[in-house]
Design a protein around this ligand. Sequence first.
Ligand code: SF4
Length: 418
Amino acid sequence: MHACCNDDCLCIQFAGCSPDAENFILPVDEFHFGGLYFEAECGSLLSHALHEIKAGDTVLIKPNICATWPQESGAVTDPFVCKVIADIVRERGAKPIIGESSAIGFDTEEAIRLNGYDKLREDGYEVVDLKDKGLETVKVPIPQGKSMKEVILPKIVVDADAIIDVPKMKTHDQTIATLGLKNLKGYMPDTYKRKFHHSIGVFQGCADLCLIAKPAFSVVDGILAMEGLGPVMGQPVEMGLIIAGKDLVAVDAVTVAVMGHEPMDDGCVRAAVDTGIGIADLKKIEVVGETIDNVRRRFKLAEEALAEVAFPEDFQILMDERTCTGCKLTVMEVFMDVEKQNKLGEAAGMTIIAGKMDKLPDIDKSKMLLVGACTAKFRKEGVFVEGCPPNNRDVCAGLAELDLDVDSGVARVDTLEE
Ligand code: SF4
């Protein structure tokens, strides 16, 4: 423990500070693949921080490969960061497994290929699609869970001796950011992810997951980050940072602060603190060698970016935390294409609904588009688009029935199976 610390204090160390640091923020000079600075400085500090990993351990490295979005978008963890961590794990005689399950509606294998994780496979690293139906799953009780008392997880997650969380630094449409806590949702098969949105609740669900599968270490890839319409449709931001530590709540809190926002305004951080998972009080997180202020850059929030889109005044999209990423992205992608094709004005008067809803609001149903299986119970009352999530082209077909003709190319094929 650093000399400045007491029992409540967590040190955030920068490059050049004590290699004994348990938590640190590192500036990375070269943000692209193969940045030697990253390997030399960050690698050695991470190596010290991961000293508890023992020979023979199996270590699950959990990146964010949430969607079939490319590296340059800032949406997906850089495979180079995972490679550095995997190499450290190997040096300790342990076995690294990189594992991820992309968001509902996305093919993890396709996301793996698109983002260069298949190259890691070719180089002998194990990269596992946690959606693979061949994987054994186990039911894990969570007696202390506030939102769920059990969960089904791939056995590979449960059996890991340690988990290293490797989220991306980016904004999220339901809260401030999606970081280490939110990244844990990618442990689960799609059926359980859907429950998180519909009944369990994403923020408390992630906190409850920590009660049974808390990462031993969290490494935020803030090399190329994302602001605005995160988690995938935002703008890339070159931050050149790695933020890492043993308490993923503290790491998330510091990262939210670096992104220019109040940590406790983030739903995942707040739920984790309320559940006693970790510390988010910046006064108790000592920053050594640099200050958060020196690297702080205010990230535009998703809601701020959405407010800049010139939707007609009487147009509305009704989606909330019960709407999965798959449906949200489909709707947003289509309407970004509507904007690009200068047809937003033709959406005047429309209401687009996706996700679970108990009853319909009092709206003009002749201009209502119901998107996805969750809205099926209202299908007789408006134009309904089938799918879980639906393809963009099917949403376009629904819009055409409402006299808005638009092309939106993405055709997602991975639908949820019960
Ligand atoms: S229809 Fe959409 S919101 Fe409903 S479960 Fe499927 S992806 Fe999620």
